[in-house]
Each structure stands twice: as C-alpha cells, then as structure tokens.
Design a binder for this molecule. Structure first.
Ligand code: T5A
Length: 221
C-alpha cells in the first residue's frame, strides 16, 4: 500500500524541524517506516540547488528565476526521494513543500500563480501531501528562535528579510489553510514543545490512522 505524505509549513523558527523529527520518531516507535526529508533539498541534486538559493547568490536573477530553481530542486527531490518512498509503502515527512512556494514566491514575491501551479503540475504530479501542518507563530517569536538556534552564523536569504515580510508570510499561510481545510491543519506553535507535539500526533491519528493507534494503546497491558 502506498505510504502517507505529511508536510510541515510555517515561518522561520516556527518549529518545523523540531516537529518533523518528533513525528518521525513517534511513527517509527509505532512500527511505521518513514523517511524524514526537507525542502529545498532532500536529494543530492536538490541539496546543491539549496545552497545556491539560500546563499542569496541567485537573488539578483529575480524572483521568477528563484521560483524555477525551487521547482528544479523539487523535481529532483520528488523523483529521487519522495515518490519511490511512497510507492514502497513508507511514510514521508517533509519540512516545507509546495505551500512554501505558494507563500514565499507567490503571495509575497508576486510571482504569477499560473507559473507556480504549472511548475507544481510538472514537479509534484500526483504526489500531493495527504496532510499539511502549518505551525503558526508570530514573526518576532519565530525570528528570535531562529536567531538563537543559528548562534553566530549569518541569517540566510529569507531570514534576513524585514519583520513585516515575516508577518505577511504568517498571514499568507493562514489564508492557504482556510482555502484547503481538508489538507491543511493550523497548529499554534507558541505552545510548549510537548503540547505542540501532542496536537500534531492527535491530528495524525485522527486523519491518517483512523484512531487505530489510540485504540491499540488503550488495550495494551
Ligand atoms: N523557501 C523554501 C522558499 O522561499 N520557497 C520554497 O519553495 C521552499 C521549499 C528554507 C528557506 O527557503 C524558503 C523558506 C526558508 O526561508 P531553512 O534553512 O530550511 O530555509 O529554514 P526554515 O525552513 O525556515 O526552518 P528554520 O530552521 O528557520 O525553522 P524551523 O525548522 O521552523 O524551526 P526549528 O524546529 O529549527 O526551531 C527553531 C528553534 O526554536 C526551538 C527549537 O529548539 C529551535 O532552537 N523551538 C521551540 N522553542 C520553544 N517552544 C517551542 N514550541 C519550540 N519549538 C521549537
């Protein structure tokens, strides 16, 4: 049986890396084989493109070119990592995916959504996420967390944008969630880590495991 595909979205420092890893660990503990991956990146070719984009060297080429670079990275990632895993019955947990392009390049970058949707059709095809979490935190909270985590390292291409840009990002993710409530679930990322993790797990149980894990845990000795 084909595996499930779960993506995590949200602003900088909203907790995506923390919670993709926590969910993968929890699924593995329940005997579900899963692949933990991220965008941009997640395959050898896509990691090279990640470096080009996040270093900022492609910024002078314009936002359309950056969008095409994200799409090229996604194409490699889907073909090499995501699709084979799903076809082999593994679950795939991905830190950022199509909604990041729709928000960063589409809503904020003003790239024509027709171009973005066309690129999605080519790169993603049928591999649309079964479930997407948007971790919602105020921009100042996320940026402060991201800054603490990176220590003395320089902010990347998008982290170094103004705080207003990050507030606009937050709103744009919430708009997407309103448009696709069947796929996208918003989680308040300000809550303590274990509370956020429990809310995510409860949603995965309800939406993708049909409550089966909860029932099994109730009867276990
Ligand atoms: N991008 C990406 C596009 O523009 N278009 C696209 O199509 C795609 C795919 C990727 C950049 O590329 C852009 C968006 C991004 O700007 P990245 O380096 O992968 O950049 O960085 P981000 O995805 O933004 O991830 P970050 O690493 O900044 O943040 P995370 O993963 O959301 O946060 P995380 O888990 O590392 O947590 C940050 C800190 O907060 C703590 C953690 O321990 C960590 O120290 N934390 C909490 N603290 C308190 N309470 C909680 N609940 C906490 N949860 C985590």
């Amino acid at each position: 049986m084909r595996g499930k595909f779960i993506t995590f979205e949200g602003g900088e420092g909203s907790g995506k890396s923390t919670h993709t890893a926590a969910l993968a660990e929890r699924l593995r503990a329940r005997g579900i084989d899963c692949v933990l991956t991220r965008e941009p990146g997640g395959s050898a070719g896509a990691e090279i493109i990640r470096h080009i984009i996040l270093s900022g060297i492609a910024k002078p080429l314009g936002v359309e070119t950056e969008t095409i670079l994200f799409a090229a990275a996604r194409d490699d990632h889907v073909r090499v990592t995501i699709e084979p895993a799903l076809n082999a019955g593994q679950w795939v947990i991905c830190d950022r995916f199509i909604d990041s392009t729709r928000v960063y390049q589409g809503a904020l970058g003003k790239v024509d959504m027709k171009l973005i949707r066309s690129l999605e059709r080519v790169t993603v095809g049928p591999n649309v996420p079964d479930l997407t979490f948007v971790l919602d935190v105020p921009a100042n909270v996320g940026l402060a967390r991201a800054k603490t985590r990176r220590g003395a390292a320089a902010a990347d291409r998008f982290e170094s944008e103004a705080v207003e840009f990050h507030e606009d990002l937050r709103r744009a993710f919430l708009v997407l969630a309103e448009r696709e409530p069947k796929r996208i679930v918003v989680i308040d990322g300000r809550a303590p880590r274990d509370v956020v993790a429990e809310r995510i797990w409860a949603t995965v149980e309800e939406r993708l495991l049909g409550g089966a894990v909860a029932a099994a845990e109730t009867v276990a000795p």
